[in-house]
Ligand binder design. Sequence first.
Ligand code: SAM
Length: 345
Amino acid sequence: MAASGKLASFRLPPLPTLGELIKLYNLQAEKQLSQNFLLDLRLTDKIVRQAGSLRDAYVCEVGPGPGGLTRSVLNAGAADLLVVEKDTRFIPGLKLLSEAAPGKLRIVHGDILTYRMDRGFPLNISKPWEEDPPNLHIIGNLPFNVSTPLIIKWLENIANRTGPFVYGRTRLTLTFQKEVVERLTASTGSKQRSRLSIMSQYLCTVRSCFTIPGQAFVPKPKVDVGVVHFTPLVQPQIQQPFKLVEKLVRNIFQFRRKHCHKGIEKLFPEVCRVELTQEMMQKADVDPTLRPTELTMSQFRALADAYAHLCTHEPSLLGYEFREELREKRLAGRKNTPMKTFMDM
Ligand code: SAM
């Protein structure tokens, strides 16, 4: 859909307020689904502004619910807004909105965790990865139990240029609970530095935009919420397969208070653990007594390169999981322990 400059100055006609819509369609938030609505349109406008200009843009909004953010995206001049909503109760209200913005709003009743976004938009909006991002944005205020698995899935999609990233470096503007925002954006040495910091920052520029106090939501969640903007990097800071990086980072942070060699050791089977850990640390030129939170991105890169090098020489290393070896040993131990008989008791 090509949008002209004239269409870009679109404003929605007068509509029932979100509060009226909630009453009209009986859309009370489901606590079990962690639904917390934003009914203040100045706030939803502010979230939408973090995405940059949406003039003539293609947008996917995840979890539109009663449609506050949806209204702001349309008023910002989006040409084509695709909304993916799991809860059927919201569909009639969204249809009302779609009638008020003819040809601009497409409604998908589905689950964003399985929705094929690579088929959601015309391929001719794509931009080569090395160029500026395409005029396609993902925006959403999702429940916390969905936004974290979703960003992990999308980070893998970024690494593999699949899903929403078949169109190029699609930008994301999403909400997370404050504590997750701190982890996503934590720098070296920070207490919040974690797996999520490395996985997101090696692939994206991650910007914490602003905090929304809990009381701005209906009903009020127990925690404050942050808005985060992600722009995929042209060149990831670590140039190894996502699964390898994910495994390395997971192993290192499993002992977050210990020296980093402790987690690195667990990448290798017990028989060769000591030699291979030493070889990897030397090759990466990383001090084994640094704590996981003290490692810089270039040290993670050097460790990933050194681990990849070892895996090239011994491919079975990549599939090795320390916890599985431990479990097998325990099982074998149990089998070898003579069963007590009545005579022994
Ligand atoms: N965006 C609205 C707002 O800001 O008021 C609603 C926010 S509410 C926190 C989250 C919304 O996401 C709900 O409408 C919920 O039904 C929807 N949702 C939850 N899980 C989803 C999923 N897996 N796929 C699509 N929508 C989902």
